[in-house]
Design a protein around this ligand. Structure first.
Ligand code: 2HA
Ligand code: ZN
Length: 272
């Protein structure tokens, strides 16, 4: 058995390719990480190199100690993952302090995990804590329409959430906790990682103004589906604004009815 043939790796590769086909990953844009489940880690036995050299993460994530992550490579094109997994993705193991990682499989020829690894790991750390270990996936995509909206709407969590919810009835059910916004920041470092993870305490969708979107989900499918739903809603909003704006919409009371019918809590702060 090769690592590329394991079920969860196959699923990750397929979804990475789907994300490319969506138009979210030009050049080396975007990145994707999955905290490998315990029963899947068992499948890695004998297939990984536990003697690989340690590297600092750049942030400290103690609750991710000894966890294994499937992750895309720095500078790698997501469209190439399906053609050559070992070159473009890898498995990184976190050390017992949550300070260093080592690449135990893949990312051959000296490649490294994504430049956004600090943002991924700090968000994983928060999500592991607040979901009791359920959330395992972080996806970062350069979603055209969500990015476009960060030039036009105020960079405000409440405004963005409400506008996106109004564009499709399913949205509040798919992201009931709403959308958080990080103002423009330099990508790739500890500062934007901290800002993102703070918002991840509350939100599953976090926009980086004029850059892209981070989502978190329990499974690869749920994270992909969440990105797809939020970006589709943004596409509708761009069309509506281009056609001269809303003439009618879903009201606050409609949302309250929806929340009841689908048994989801929609915070009142978004329904003013
Ligand atoms: O991997 O998307 O944010 C390239 C990026 C950096
Ligand atoms: Zn990016």
């Amino acid at each position: 058995m090769k690592i590329e043939e394991l079920g969860f790796v196959q699923n990750y590769i397929r979804i990475t390719h789907d994300a490319w086909l969506k138009g979210w990953h030009e050049r080396n844009g975007g990145n994707f990480s999955y905290r490998i489940a315990e029963d899947e880690v068992v499948e890695l036995k004998g297939l990984v190199n536990e003697d690989a050299q340690s590297q600092p993460i750049g942030v400290t994530v103690p609750n991710l100690a000894n966890e294994y992550f499937l992750v895309t490579g720095s500078g790698k094109y997501l469209r190439n993952v399906i053609i050559s997994p070992e070159e473009n993705i890898g498995i990184a193991k976190i050390d017992e302090k949550g300070e260093n990682y080592k690449v135990v499989w893949g990312l051959i020829n000296g490649a490294k995990p994504t430049s956004e690894f600090p943002s991924h790991l700090m968000s994983h750390s928060i999500k592991k804590e607040v979901t009791g270990g359920k959330n395992r996936v972080i996806l970062h995509s350069h979603t055209t329409n969500l990015i476009a909206l960060t030039f036009v709407l105020p960079l405000d969590n409440i405004v963005f959430t409400r506008e996106l919810w109004e564009m499709a009835t399913e949205c509040p059910v798919v992201f009931p906790s709403g959308v958080g916004i990080v103002p423009w920041m330099v990508p790739g470092g500890a500062a934007i990682a901290k800002a993102t993870s703070e918002l991840m305490k509350e939100y599953d969708v976090v926009l980086w103004a004029h850059h892209g979107t981070f989502v978190s989900g329990e499974t690869l499918d749920l994270a992909f589906g969440l990105m797809d739903t939020a970006e589709k809603s943004a596409e509708i909003l761009v069309k509506v604004l281009s056609m001269g704006g809303k003439k009618q919409t879903i009201t606050a009371d409609n949302f309250r009815q929806l929340g009841k019918a689908f048994n989801v809590n929609l915070p009142e702060k978004f329904l003013k």
